[in-house]
Design a protein around this ligand. Sequence first.
Ligand SMILES: [Zn+2]
Length: 307
Amino acid sequence: MTSKTLSLTTICLLAYGGAMFNAQASPTSSLKTSLTPEKFHFKYNLHKSLPDAWVTEFKKKMDFLEELLPITSNINQVFTDPFMNVYAWKTGETNPFPEKPGISGSSISGSSMILEMSADSFSNGDVQRVVHEYFHVYQIGLSKDAMMPKWLIEGGANAFEEIDYQQYEGKRALDQELENNVSKYVFTNPKLFEKYQTSSNDPAGKQMDINYGSSTFMVLALVKELRKQGISEQRAFEMVFRDFWIENSKQRRISRENLEWEKSFETVFKISIETFYSRLMSKYTHAGFKEVLPSKTLEVQQIFVAK
Ligand SMILES: [Zn+2]
């Protein structure tokens, strides 16, 4: 088992439970907009239990991500503060941040990034979980927290993380993940993966989306369908990673779980969600996972062209 596989065994939960974006400008926000807004930034709370080499890699990766995927100022409509605290420490220590009781694992929780790092993840400076969590902040910013459906949230973060890993670590973990972690429900009832609640365990108690392998397969199948429309691989990933979330920010929403994201899907991808699901069920199989793998030469800089 590679350290990559080990580092991902802790399932990331997008645990953001904050307030919905409020379209009605309050007196406070109109006052805020008259001032020059502070650029959204990350505040590092890095515990001394973390090895120096990891901390160096972490900072390097965060600088790289902030350059490649800047967090849009829209995020100031989601979070009260113009910054996000990052709490990172090594597993085994009792939570060293008493101001954040009960934190564990890795997630975006409220307006914090939680990174509890296992010893395995230090063997080769593995910072892939940072990439995954950062990508969620990017999605939240673009969409103004219109975060639906789950398979595009998690499959997107995971696919991006894997392309980055392939490019910068020179290794590929995605083929193994797809081989081992794709549920049969992707091909029988993909709608289940729209929500966290309906895609955790199947009736037999088996996990349906281990390391988000199922969600990732769906994202890669969507990219393949877009390529059939004559769209390049780079552009197809940009549409999935970026354009969809911008479009989602425009949809009417009653609650976080009640959002007309299907409209964004059709607008951006020029295919209805029903058509996509029916193609997934009729044209794709788990055994054919190699057909959806991204090119080995794909680079993240080629994907994010539009700013
Ligand atoms: Zn995630």
